[in-house]
Design a protein around this ligand. Sequence first.
Ligand code: GDP
Length: 459
Amino acid sequence: MTDYSVAIVGRANVGKSTLFNKLINQQHALVSPIAGTTRDRLEATCSWQGLDFTLIDTGGFDIIKSDPIEEQILVQTTKAIKEADLVIFLVDTNSGLMPLDKDFAIFLKKHNKNILLVANKADTLRKRDLIANFYQLGCGEPIPISAASGSGSGDLLDLITANLKKIKIKKKIVPEAIVSKPIKIIFLGQPNVGKSSLINAILNEERVIATPIPHTTRGVQTIDFKYKGKNFQLLDSAGLRRRHKKSELIEKFSIEQIKTLLPQTDIALLIIDVNQNISVQDKKISKLISDHNVNVIIVANKWDLVPDKDENTINKYVDYFSDNLAATKYAPIIFTSALEKQRVRKILDIALTTYQERFRRIDDNAADKFLKWCIKKSFPKKSKGVKQPYLIDFKQVATDPPRFKLRKDAKSVLAPAYIKFLIKMLREKFGFLGTPVKIEIEGVDLSHKHKKNIKPEKI
Ligand code: GDP
């Protein structure tokens, strides 16, 4: 889901998984507890110094043999290495330089990878002297760390982001709009759920630089602030930041106001009090958000008041929210406490991630492969008395938000359930976290001579 992937590789037992866990905990960046992200612990989204990247632990794929390297690392490891923008090549100071390390080095260099050579288990100064041997690998200067104690892991994260930033300039994959436009966000939800408290907690957060005076553009109160180098603009629906007492009038007014504000918004945060049931009003807001094609994040606030939480508590809430807020099922869910300032900054991190997802582009080739894969997985059924649907091709036609076009023969009818299935699969395959995705259908006349030019896919 991020633009960069960093793979931790190395032979068995050098400490890949320990390092993976340490790096995640070091920067509190495991995008959890959030629904909609992978539960597979071999991958995690990390944020460090304003950069998001996916960290991949290839430790789960170890097998110990001494055949040539390409045969003994499994397909997944090879794939992770090939796709990685940066490889953390982990070696073990205790065992010293091993033949297998050399094989790894050759493999990585053959694939022309950006490598950070990291010497693990360098807990003591004496051991640090031993790392000089690793220079022989020809992968640059070995960086001493101890994944178990965490020593050197902060410096390593600095090095990772510094390297990724260089790659970023080369890749130029970030659309101009992401860099220049402010991300417009709005806090929506019922009275007393904690909107003002969350806004204040965010704006008072030390890493957020807010302009001291809120100002008004086109009749809307806005507050500009900067976070991780990115400009945000908070659209304030009811003077929430300064509101002291609530009145019925303000809250009744707000549904109308939401309708005027949503077209100007990129990301809507739907704030829910986790201790309350989902109300009709929440459902209405959820529907309004999805109708306006804005990104959405569900913020389950007052998490501090939930008693006896265990591993299943979050899953129960996640299921409850997706059952009851069906219109915004695609929203990531974050559990916060404005009172205890728990995960409030994470809201902005996720906002940044989902905003980037708005600009995700699937190239024609990948979209085509995707359609074939979907057809294989579930054949579009013919409706009663109508022709079998004939799917011609599938392409992304827009970003911000992403829109696709599916061409099919004009004579058949495609069941809405099939479109839903395609959208679900698009999310499963490509992400689009918190982002509305639309598919337009175009009917093509496949009778007589047109048929020759179109060459539809055999399905
Ligand atoms: P708004 O109407 O949605 O803006 O809600 P407020 O921010 O005014 O909060 C309503 C009440 O809930 C206030 O008394 C807050 O102190 C309290 N509150 C807000 N967030 C939390 C939270 O995360 N935990 C707890 N325990 N109380 C909260």
